[in-house]
Design a protein around this ligand. Structure first.
Ligand code: NAD
Length: 328
């Protein structure tokens, strides 16, 4: 069996080599995405793994079928780059990695929360200009706070457990209330969570009910001392409403690992270039806003799991078995 893994970053290579050794299967790695002009380079491989920003072109599906490929395995949770109908028509099994490490994103939510409540962004900025004063920047201790989780699924549930372990009161709003969280989480309405929480962590999946879940009406309900943490998906927050809430001091600050339009700036080196987003410029100029370029997933364990789970799925499918991660 020979597997081709595309869009491989340097940080993934060690995990891939380890998997090859454990399974005695050859995995060739390349840095390019799955595109029509690359299909001829796939000849001779049995299985493929992708991870890419651009959609798989329509003509790629029959071209893969023609060279005997039976699956497209994504090593990401999202699979919107793949057309499931076209995959089915061409007998291609699609799998994803739905949960590579909820802990990785939950720990970023914790890091962002601690950074905001200790006002480290403001201290960093003061230190940089040799202003060593601290008056007016008193912090709060996490066990004295109420953390509100909106979307207590795999990642939100893990975040709830971490904050509970640190002694914070944890409240949550979700369409589904999970029995296994009820001993540590008080479920309540979205409005009650917004009114009562000192820190709001967003962990919903992106669907029709979660686009613009946080807008002007919601920011109005939050405490002026409360912080918003968004580690889930950009469109869940109306960015202009967030900027207005920050400017009008309706909330105390925000940490964002994801932002609408991020495909135009996150993961690019834009040093000394004009930023392609006015919203991003405004957020960057605020000293109570933390931005990270969608790196919640980017930890040792998560990268290892993305590699291992995707490659194990290729082997399962090529051996005629069914993967629990099949989305087609
Ligand atoms: P999940 O499906 O396990 O949990 C999502 C939860 O949101 C579910 O419990 C669901 O019932 C709830 N929900 C859905 N619609 C809702 C609504 N309208 N109101 C309230 N609750 C609602 O998903 P997950 O694996 O925990 O992932 C959560 C989010 O994290 C996703 O958006 C995913 O894209 C994102 N994510 C981000 C990173 C990163 O690097 N920052 C990495 C992985 C995942």
């Amino acid at each position: 069996m020979k597997i081709l893994m595309m869009s491989v970053r340097d940080d993934e290579k060690e995990a891939i080599t380890e998997w090859e050794k454990r399974n005695n299967i050859e995995v060739k790695t390349v840095d390019w995405e799955l595109r029509l002009d690359k299909v001829e380079e796939l000849v001779g491989y049995d299985g493929i793994v992708i991870q890419q920003r651009s959609k798989v072109e329509k003509a790629v599906y029959p071209a893969l079928k023609a060279i005997g490929i039976k699956q497209i395995t994504l090593r990401t949770a999202g699979y919107d780059v793949v057309d499931i109908d076209l995959a089915r028509e061409n007998n291609l099994v699609i799998t994803n990695v739905p949960a590579y490490s909820p802990r990785s994103v939950a720990e970023l939510a914790l890091a962002h929360t601690m950074r905001l409540i200790r006002k480290l962004e403001i201290f960093d900025e003061r230190m940089a200009r040799q202003d060593f004063r601290w008056a007016g920047l008193q912090a709060t201790e996490i066990h004295s706070l109420t953390v509100g989780i909106i979307g207590a699924g795999r990642i939100g549930g893990t975040t709830a457990k971490i904050f509970d372990a640190l002694g914070a009161k944890v409240i949550a709003y979700d369409l589904v209330e999970r029995d296994e969280l009820k001993s540590i989480v008080d479920y309540m309405s979205k409005e009650e969570v917004l009114r009562n929480a000192d820190v709001i962590c967003l962990h919903v999946d992106l669907n029709q009910t979660t686009v613009d879940l946080m807008g002007a009406k919601e920011f109005e309900l939050m405490k002026p001392t409360a912080y918003l943490i968004n580690e889930c998906r950009g469109p869940v927050v109306e960015t202009d409403a967030l900027i207005a809430a920050l400017e009008e001091k309706k909330i105390a600050g925000a940490a964002l690992d994801t932002l609408t339009g991020e495909e135009n700036f996150f993961n690019f080196d834009l040093q000394n270039k004009d930023l392609p987003s006015t919203q991003l410029k405004k957020l960057r100029a605020m000293d109570n806003v933390i931005l990270t370029p969608h790196v919640g997933f980017f930890t040792n364990i998560a990268v290892q799991n993305m590699v291992d789970i995707s490659l194990n799925d290729v082997v399962l499918i090529l051996n005629g078995k069914t993967s629990e991660h099949q989305v087609s």
